[in-house]
Design a protein around this ligand. Structure first.
Ligand SMILES: [Ca+2]
Length: 188
């Protein structure tokens, strides 16, 4: 084989590997009170010091397919829990800001409470866009969506959040599909 072709093929392979990437899926829960984790499928459930509950996938997930996760918790109170699908905190080696680790989320389902438009088929209805620029977006692409034709693209700095109402001692199960998108290095 021609040496130039071999180098070109190796280059393409290398680019493919570099672009593939992977990261953990992360859902933050801002809660009025304590949540006691029960069944956890593929995730860890941790209360951050002075922060939200962080539900992180145990393994990093890739960009080639969607992965299913679910978890159950028992609220120790009656009140609100805000759900924020985000992404990991990734320090930039050289810049002040964190890298933007973009994740896709789709097909959120809740039992034991009510979540609306969990598949983002009605765009951002029932959800609140929060965070800074670059903002999270609802992507409409039926070839890429896990469920229907729309899904959420979010990172730690911006996402769509939704508040659900929970009742004391009534278990709440949340299931969702996640997929890694890309990491955009911090610019400053
Ligand atoms: Ca969807």
């Amino acid at each position: 084989m021609n040496k130039i072709i071999v180098i070109a093929i190796l280059g393409l392979l290398w680019t493919g590997i570099a672009m593939a990437g992977e990261a953990k899926a992360v859902i933050h829960l801002y809660s009025d009170g304590a949540l006691v984790p029960q069944e956890l499928n593929g995730v860890t459930f941790i209360k951050q010091d002075k922060g939200p509950y962080s539900i992180d996938s145990k393994e990093k997930i890739g960009s080639d397919c969607w992965t299913d996760f679910s978890f159950t918790f028992i609220p120790q109170f009656t009140g609100k829990v805000a759900i924020l699908p985000v992404g990991v905190w990734e320090k930039s080696p050289t810049k002040k800001n964190i890298n933007q680790v973009w994740m896709y989320y789709d097909g959120l389902k809740v039992t034991g409470s009510t979540l609306k438009n969990g598949s983002f088929e009605n765009n951002g209805e029932n959800w609140s866009l929060c965070g800074k620029t670059p903002k999270a977006v609802i992507v409409k692409d039926s070839t890429l969506a896990a469920d229907g034709e729309s899904f959420l693209a979010a990172w730690l700095g911006s996402t769509y959040s939704q508040v659900i109402w929970v009742n004391k001692d009534v278990p709440v199960n949340i299931s969702f599909k996640a997929r890694y998108n890309e990491t955009v290095p911090a610019q400053e």
